[in-house]
Design a protein around this ligand. Structure first.
Ligand code: SF4
Ligand code: MG
Length: 313
């Protein structure tokens, strides 16, 4: 069964601007239980906004988010709480997402207290279990966030999410701020947790190497839209969209250090004033007249593979 069925749209209001920006536009995602969907795109493409919409931190003002078949905007109080707890977010910067004045046990125990999920006597044991699950000794419970390393802070960010027994984690660039050697450890932790807990992930990253390693399916996002989505092996072996092909062309050979793509030739257009037709046309080597006028729709181009490009007609 699909855990997350559909997001039709989300609108972000950028603080510095009075205009409304369609950060996520007509995105249609389906994520099955136990699946890892990697979401890739250049910075500013709307992938973080989409993640926040999925996690319920940002309203899908123009769309619909179906979780286990139910529209989350229509949930009753009990069901709303189940959704709020069931979908947790792990952020890029654990430093910024942890209260610097709270000891780690306070950080980890907070949601249990707030939502009255466990009797007070059980909380310390649950905190120790969560610390162990992310590979930290129980001595860490009394430390403050600045007294541990960046990798350990991200383990705490993950443990905090696990405290409420979620089914689904939205991970927004969860290893981007870490050293490469630490990144691999944290990725392995995500993979262990997935197999042990049957977790589902929306895994947002601009690092194609990380996404390839962890994802079952990959969605490529450009200017607020999914332009291609397919099983991981197909994205990396038979990419169909010119944007995906360009991203992959910029990934150096395996073994070389830099796996993060640099922006493709040409600037990303402003989401305030997106180009007409296919929004990728100003940067696309295959752009045709039709591309400047007609928006390509996402459609199935192979089994389980959807692409939005006029070339595939
Ligand atoms: Fe390029 Fe046209 Fe395809 Fe857009 S629709 S990616 S401009 S060929
Ligand atoms: Mg982001």
């Amino acid at each position: 069964p699909d855990l997350l069925q559909k997001i039709v749209g989300a609108v972000a209001r950028q603080p510095a601007q009075t205009r409304t920006v369609h950060a996520v536009n007509g995105v249609n995602l389906q994520i099955a239980k136990g699946e890892v969907l990697g979401l890739v795109g250049e910075s500013g493409c709307g992938k973080s906004t989409l993640g926040r919409v999925v996690a319920g931190l940002h309203p899908a003002t123009e769309g619909q988010l179906l979780y286990k078949g139910q529209d989350v905007s229509q949930l009753g109080r009990q069901e709303q709480l189940a959704y709020t707890l069931g979908v947790q977010m792990v952020f890029q910067d654990p430093q910024a997402s942890l209260n610097p004045r709270q000891k780690l046990h306070q950080i980890l125990g907070e949601a249990l207290h707030v939502h009255k999920l466990a009797p007070a006597a059980e909380v310390p044991g649950r905190i120790d279990a969560a610390l162990a699950e992310v590979g930290l000794a129980s001595e860490y419970r009394a430390r403050l966030p600045h007294q541990i390393s960046g990798g350990q802070r991200q383990r705490i960010g993950i443990a905090r999410a696990l405290m409420v027994t979620p089914e689904f984690l939205v991970c927004d660039e969860p290893v981007a701020a870490l050293d490469v050697s630490i990144q691999a450890q944290v990725i392995n932790l995500f993979m262990d947790l997935r197999s042990q807990r049957g977790l589902t992930y929306l895994f947002i990253s601009h690092d194609l190497g990380v996404v390839r390693h962890i994802s079952d399916k990959v969605a490529i996002m450009y200017l607020g839209k999914i332009v291609e989505m397919a099983p991981t092996a197909e994205i990396f072996g038979q990419a169909q969209h010119p944007y995906t092909q360009a991203l992959l062309a910029e990934v150096p050979d395996v073994g070389r250090r830099k796996r993060v793509f640099t922006p493709i030739k040409g600037e990303i257009p402003s989401p305030l004033n997106p180009p007409p037709g296919c929004t990728f046309h100003p940067r696309c080597p295959h752009a045709m007249e039709r591309c400047r006028q007609e928006v390509p729709q996402l459609r199935e181009t192979a089994t389980g593979h959807v692409t939005a490009c006029h070339l595939l007609d």
